[in-house]
Write a protein that binds this ligand. Structure first.
Ligand SMILES: [Zn+2]
Length: 292
């Protein structure tokens, strides 16, 4: 977990790595460009060895320099990565687990309106498998992929779930009626490529559901470089409702509803995150909408 008490002007050349690992240095990082426009961004916040930048054309915010894929895998393989935060104490009535169940209930209610069970559901970034287990209990036929080998193993061994250790591209290619990715899009190397893979794996009429922190939220605006969700090691893309819709549309996905209220179950207690539902746009090559 990042040190939330650190003042933004107190940054040094390195940030602490995961527990026990050496701090991140410039050698662990690489530059990145906007996934939509291919352009380097303008500086928003300096967090050495990282920086948060904004695309001058589409205003998508991203981290550059950012950790290399190899450094990221080191981070996600740390058991400490899943400790604390939204997972916390995994006993049944811990506050973190009550929140997890509240989110699962609200999100499944939203999904049921769009694509009720029994449908196939793929979760990308399934963590410890808590949502996937709730979806299974609700009647969905579920499977997951999870980059953290620790998370994937826990989901398989403790919950008996079909979870593959890896990324979306590693999952078997059969399509799903519902693809979910909670707090995942901000972590992927290229959100446009990721959403295109999602689009390719949806059955006709398939739906998507996701959650993501958003940088136009009140905490993000008020706190700037001190925003607790900035976490430049892991959160390498920062969306607004507008830029999320933009990236999704480029991938052939239409965002149909967005939940921002922290009092709605799907997003309970989350002041700086949104939950979005969407669907695949009609396939233009398949006799759908004509090209403009
Ligand atoms: Zn751009």
């Amino acid at each position: 977990m990042p040190d939330r008490t650190r003042r933004p002007d107190a940054d040094h050349d390195v940030h602490p790595g995961p527990s026990g690992a050496p701090p991140w240095s410039v050698a662990d990082t690489e530059p990145a460009v906007c996934c939509l426009c291919g352009l380097p961004g303008d500086l928003v916040h300096r967090r050495p060895p990282f920086a948060v930048v904004r695309c001058p054309v589409c205003w998508l915010v991203f981290v550059s320099p950012r950790l290399t894929a190899q450094s990221l895998q080191r981070l996600y393989d740390e058991p400490a990565y899943f400790e604390g935060g939204v997972y916390g104490d995994r006993t049944r009535w811990s506050p973190a687990m009550v929140l997890q169940r509240t989110w699962a209930r609200g999100r499944l209610a939203g999904l049921a309106r769009l694509r009720p069970p029994p449908s196939t559901l793929l979760e990308v970034g399934s963590g410890y498998g808590l949502f996937l287990a709730a979806a299974r209990d609700a009647g969905y036929r579920v499977r997951g992929v999870e980059l953290s080998r620790t998370g994937a193993r826990v989901a398989r061994q403790e919950l008996g779930l079909d979870v593959l250790g890896g990324q979306l591209a590693d999952a078997p290619p059969e399509p799903a009626d519902v693809i979910c990715f909670w707090d995942t899009l901000e972590h992927v190397a290229d959100p446009l490529a990721f959403l295109r893979q999602v689009r390719d794996r949806l059955t006709p009429g398939g739906v998507i559901a996701l959650s993501v922190p958003y940088i136009s939220s009140i905490p993000a605006r008020a706190l700037g470089a001190r925003w607790w969700t900035l976490k430049p090691e892991q959160h390498i893309w920062h969306f607004t409702p507008r830029t999320l819709a933009l990236v999704a549309a480029r991938a052939g996905l239409l965002i149909t509803s967005v939940v921002r209220s922290p009092v709605r179950a799907a997003n309970a207690g989350r002041l700086d995150s949104l939950v979005a539902f969407g669907r695949a746009m009609p396939d233009r090559t398949g006799g759908g909408e004509p090209d403009a």
